[in-house]
Design a binder for this molecule. Structure first.
Ligand code: GLN
Length: 305
């Protein structure tokens, strides 16, 4: 299959959709991007790379960071993690408060905000003040890129506008589902969201999930085969919040989006993909990114279904 040709076709076919959608504006610093940017990267298990568009441009990974924190928390706690966070789809928006009260402060899954805040709290209980450093170290190691960092302006912007997240963490604290000090947890969570990466780096960082937990380029085991299976299944069922069903229907791959406009997707035993286009659909997922992945699985037949 000529993946480079397929990427070129996709770049042409998504052009009309670049007009649609809107940038995330509830975090003001996320609006400082070019709304028409588009990039897509594919890395196969044998290390072949295919890229189109601005694949070397940094963007804010936002909720894609939840894949890394879930992986680290699962590595450390195993099944015990599920005493604090579930693995069922929520059917609600990423920052919804409603379900959390009915369900006694236990978030439905680690890919909605409440769930990722809980996994960050779990990590702080182990790594203390080194938590952000450990998350970044995991990402650098998984991607094999040493220069990855976070954006201070986006971090500060979210810190001063993240009202829903403050509500979520305070509610969970009142249900005793947050052990550490709320400011410390929320700051670490926001810092993780403000990590900057390119589509090329993110596709590299996700390769272990396409290969039973082992980075195929370094042979390093990042997580057990069984845990890699679980992470992929939670990505498939929960990775796009209340649009997870729609993403599975249209794309048919485990995937995780972020409000920065990135989406990662896994083709099991074959490749990792990352697409970037910052304008979002109503559920807060990249509109063109979803379209590009839909075109990809339609053209290649590489959906898991
Ligand atoms: N930092 C964002 C938030 O907490 C992440 C949300 C997302 O990417 N869906 O609101």
């Amino acid at each position: 299959m000529n993946y480079q040709n397929i990427l070129e076709e996709i770049q042409e076919e998504i052009k009309p959709f670049l007009e649609e959608g809107a940038l995330a504006d509830y975090i003001p610093a996320l609006e400082n991007v070019n709304g028409n940017d588009f990039a897509m990267s594919i890395i196969t298990l044998n290390g072949e790379e295919f890229h189109i568009g601005c694949s070397d441009k940094n963007f804010s990974i936002q909720s894609i960071s939840k894949v890394f924190t879930f992986t680290l928390a699962l590595q450390n706690y195993g099944r015990k993690l599920y005493e604090r966070v579930g693995h069922e789809p929520s059917g609600d928006p990423f920052n919804s408060l409603v379900q959390l009260e009915y369900e006694n402060g236990i978030p439905r899954n680690p890919f909605i905000n409440a769930g990722a805040i809980v996994t960050t709290d779990r990590l702080i209980s182990i790594y203390k003040d080194n938590t952000f450093h450990e998350v970044l170290k995991f990402i650098k190691n998984a991607s094999n890129y040493n220069t990855i960092g976070y954006d201070e302006e986006i971090f500060k912007s979210e810190l001063s506008h993240g009202f829903m997240n403050l509500a979520l963490i305070n509610m969970m604290k009142s249900f005793k589902n947050i052990d550490n000090e709320t400011n410390r947890v929320i700051e670490t969570y926001f810092k993780q969201c403000s990590i900057l990466m390119t589509t090329k780096q993110l596709a590299h960082a996700m390769l272990f999930l396409a290969n039973h937990g082992v980075n195929p380029l370094t042979n390093e085991v990042l997580v057990s085969e069984s845990k890699a299976k679980r992470i992929n299944s939670v990505m498939l069922t929960c990775g796009h919040y209340d649009a997870s069903g729609d993403f599975a229907y249209r794309v048919g791959l485990p995937g995780k989006s972020g409000v920065g406009g990135g989406i990662v997707a896994i083709v099991p035993k074959k490749m990792a993909i990352c697409v970037y286009s910052p304008k979002l659909n109503k559920q807060g997922n990249s509109l063109v990114g979803t379209k590009a992945l839909e075109l990809f699985t339609t053209k290649t037949g590489l959906s898991i279904f």
